[in-house]
Design a protein around this ligand. Structure first.
Ligand code: UDP
Length: 481
């Protein structure tokens, strides 16, 4: 059946960090560009459907569906890297995706996958759909990904073994201390070949959407489009469509928001390591001491530490007399008093960052968190943990000047409390004003590019135009024209 609107099918890989921006992209396609949108979600189990994103809402412009959960326990060791597990899960989900698309009443026009879903682009070809990849990270990360299959042995050796910067044509080089996890793990060849495959598949798409914007990464975006530079390997047109972040929800009352309401403007630092980031036991304790030492107000989203050396007993979380969990320093809650708030496991981050009492964000530099900080004009302490977060931290601190970073380098045992307190003070006190000025400029430019006529709005309008043309071609074919 021919549909009057283009119909985009989006595929989100497991993890809130992937699902959130994919849903936001879907919403924008539906509300600003007249698309029908179906988002298919891949997950290990059905618990994801408890997320507020799945709450049925009459106003939701898109159809969000969980594909049958995939169990990969027989296929891969649970100690394998997250990236390896994600790639296998996405491969295992392909038959259900194919079946779901084939069962659709209205024929979809385009398939948009995130970077772990690139194998599904073959399904788009089967169904004569346009195929796009949505990079839920920076253009710089896209640059290294498409360049990756062409890195020769000598360049790899220099970067991996001799710890020299990795050159990417037309872009900022990546210093070894800021590099991707996969260059540090010398044993995992599967990860290396998997990443090279993704790099090749991305460049075979009809277009590459990136959750960034022109003014944020002009040099890299220019190189990606330049036929004489990275454009040669990226091949597909690159569309910066960001920053796509979750809007602030209805002001739901909660203890943490009530507490924030009582604090002075820009007086609180928010501390969180994303949806999955966890610190070691020693680092968790040192962070608690550092926050205490800084004398600044804070909200800290705390998870029980995970430490390869810790005994099982360590994770039996018992509370001391004042309610402090055993993995935080004894008496922490008493000493902190009303100066800080500890939130277990999960907090309404976008609401918190948008609150006027927030003056800084102590973050693991996941790209969604980073964008949320920028669109709310909040300077950061950049504390990267894994994946491409070191690159994000380098960009924030050294290129954009909106974050401070630990001096202690990657893989250092533990960042000490004095250094932590120092970073908090730099963001919340004098140096903070300079960074705040810069991040407020980014905030304004982020707003500008998304409004009608702005560069990111126009990028998505171009994608939309391609889909409309495809829809008309398909319509003409159906009529035998
Ligand atoms: N998030 C949240 N509350 C939390 C932790 C995370 O709402 O307590 C959201 C956060 O706002 C962001 C996403 O989860 O949108 C995390 O994505 P990010 O890319 O920052 O990191 P990841 O979790 O993928 O490492």
């Amino acid at each position: 059946m021919q549909n009057p609107n283009p119909h985009a099918v989006l595929l989100a890989s497991p993890g809130m960090g992937h699902l959130i921006p994919v849903v936001e992209l879907g919403k924008r396609l539906a509300t600003h560009h007249g698309f029908d949108v179906t988002v298919f979600v891949v997950a290990a189990d059905a618990s994801i459907t408890k997320s507020s994103l799945f709450k049925p809402s009459q106003s939701s412009p898109l159809n969000l569906e969980l594909l049958p959960p995939v169990d990969i326990s027989a296929l891969v060791d649970s100690t394998a890297s997250v990236v390896t597990q994600l790639m296998i899960m996405m491969r295992e989900a392909l038959p259900s995706l194919r079946a779901a698309i084939s069962a659709m009443k209205s024929r979809p026009t385009a398939l948009i996958v995130d970077m772990f879903g690139t194998e599904a682009l073959a399904i788009a070809e089967e169904f004569d759909m346009l195929k796009y990849v949505f990079i839920t990270s920076t253009a710089w990360f896209l640059a290294v990904t498409v360049h990756f299959p062409y890195i020769d042995e000598e360049a790899e050796h220099k970067h991996r073994i001799m710890k020299r910067p990795l050159d990417i044509p037309g872009c900022r080089s990546i210093r070894h201390e800021d590099t991707l996890d996969l260059f540090l793990d010398q044993t995992n060849k599967n990860l290396f070949s998997g990443f090279a495959r993704v790099g090749m598949e991305i460049s075979n798409a009809d277009g590459i959407l990136v959750n960034t914007w022109q003014d944020l990464e002009p040099l890299t975006l220019c190189a990606l489009k330049d036929e004489k530079s990275l454009g040669r390997v990226a091949k597909a047109p690159v569309y910066p469509v960001g920053p796509l972040t979750r809007p602030i929800g209805q002001s739901s009352k909660s203890e943490v928001m009530d507490w924030l309401d009582m604090q002075p403007t820009e007086s609180v630092i928010y501390v969180s390591f994303g949806s999955g980031g966890t610190l070691s036991a020693k680092q968790t304790s040192e962070l608690a001491w550092g926050l205490e030492l800084s004398q600044h107000k804070f909200i800290w989203v705390v998870r029980p530490p995970v430490d390869g050396d810790a005994s099982a007993n360590f994770f039996n979380v018992t509370n001391s007399h004042d309610g402090t969990p055993s993995y935080l320093p004894n008496g922490f809650y008493t000493r902190i008093g009303k100066r800080g708030m500890v939130v277990p496991m999960w907090a309404p981050q976008n609401e918190i960052l948008a609150h006027e009492s927030i003056g800084g964000f102590f973050s693991h530099c996941g790209w969604n968190s980073t964008l949320e900080s920028m669109v709310n004009g909040v300077p950061m302490v950049a504390w990267p943990l894994y994946a491409e977060q070191q690159m994000n931290a380098a960009m924030l601190a050294e290129e954009l000047g909106v974050a401070v970073r630990p001096k202690t380098q990657l893989n250092a045992a533990v960042i000490e409390r004095e250094e932590i307190a120092g970073m908090v003070r730099r963001v919340m006190e004098l140096k903070g004003n300079e960074m705040r000025g810069k991040v407020k400029e980014l905030q304004a430019s982020a707003k500008r590019v998304l409004t009608q006529g702005g560069s990111s709005y126009n990028s998505l309008a171009r994608v939309s135009k391609e889909c409309e043309l495809k829809l008309h071609r398909l319509g003409a074919m159906a009529l035998g024209g």
